[in-house]
Design a protein around this ligand. Structure first.
Ligand SMILES: *Cc1c(COP(=O)(O)O)cnc(C)c1O
Length: 294
């Protein structure tokens, strides 16, 4: 593709967060500011798209088709990436069309994404060949990226993150939706380093299996040391509680950083709560991945 953007991004910054609640327990916290990776694409979505974009650009059709709900960050990010990298993008949205488009879909359409809709029963069957073949009949050739953007190529993109951190650390923390980001980070760790994911979904007991599956997709074997904590979902995806919202507001007042309520707010609440409960031994250095804004 002519005039398409470069896939290179300099490493995102790492900043230490100074907070007496952490110091009191001997925990050092570094923030990996992936929210600063790209002005239009949330950081982990950028990492997950990188090799998918490269693969689509190498193919003849230069088209990406992907799936998401009407408020999906991944749909937004894919539309932005398409505009930057000269790829045609098709967003298959769950449910019916509602006009006017909500801000997510209006943004996606504004970036040139073709939007199409599947009723909920059909959407649930979106990985079946019958549904995919019907999409090919309508839209021709495309590279398919699954809902949420997690596949083997996404995992490989996220695996590049730990190496960008030049300070010593023991533990990386990240929020988990599909688990693709965590699957990749785990693969990029060295020695005894570990990654702890915080599920933003309620009852996500399937996450462990899914993370293993994604790692096998990328590398054929399990990778790295990782765990998922299921205790900080605050009611489920996009659900909040007054406690979570007041934590986020207080955090912004103290540190001038606005955490989002879907992902990074829940993770950070979990990190501070586990610290207070002495679940990190004194002297531990934790890296919290600020995966993005909303
Ligand atoms: C999508 C998203 C996540 C979840 O990433 P998964 O790879 O699906 O686990 C985390 N943080 C932000 C900001 C996101 O947009």
């Amino acid at each position: 593709m002519e005039n398409a953007g470069s896939l290179f991004r300099p490493p995102s910054p790492v900043e230490e967060l100074i907070d007496p609640r952490l110091a009191a327990r001997g925990v050092r916290l570094l923030l990996k500011r992936d929210d600063l990776l790209d002005p239009e694409i949330p950081g982990n979505k950028w990492r997950k798209l990188k090799y998918n974009i490269e693969a689509a650009r190498r193919s003849d059709h230069a088209t990406i088709l992907t799936f998401g709900g009407a408020y999906s960050n991944h749909i937004r990010a894919t539309a932005a990436a398409g505009a930057i990298f000269g790829l045609r993008t098709i967003g298959v949205i769950r449910g019916e069309e509602h006009l006017p488009l909500n801000p997510t879909l209006a943004y996606a359409a504004g970036r040139g994404m073709t939007l199409t809709y599947l009723d909920r029963p059909t959407y649930r069957r979106k990985t079946e060949s019958e549904v995919i073949e019907a999409l090919h009949r309508r839209f021709g050739d495309f590279s398919l990226i699954p809902e949420g953007g997690s596949n083997g190529l996404a995992v490989r993109g996220c695996a590049e993150m730990p190496d960008e951190i030049t300070q010593n650390f023991d533990l990386v923390c990240c929020p988990c939706g599909t688990g693709g980001t965590l699957a990749g980070i785990a693969a990029g760790l060295r020695g005894d380093q570990e990654v702890l994911g915080f599920s933003v979904l309620k009852g996500a007991n399937w996450l462990d299996d899914e993370i293993r599956r994604l790692q096998e997709d990328a590398y054929a074997t399990p990778q790295g040391r990782w765990r998922v904590n299921l205790d900080y979902h605050f009611g489920g995806y996009a659900k909040t509680t007054p406690e979570l919202l007041s934590f986020i507001a207080d955090f912004e007042k103290r540190h001038g950083l606005r955490l989002d309520r879907l992902y990074t707010g829940k993770m950070m609440y979990g990190i501070f709560d586990l610290t207070e409960k002495n679940r990190f031994s004194p002297g531990t250095t934790v890296v919290a991945v600020i995966t993005g804004p909303i």
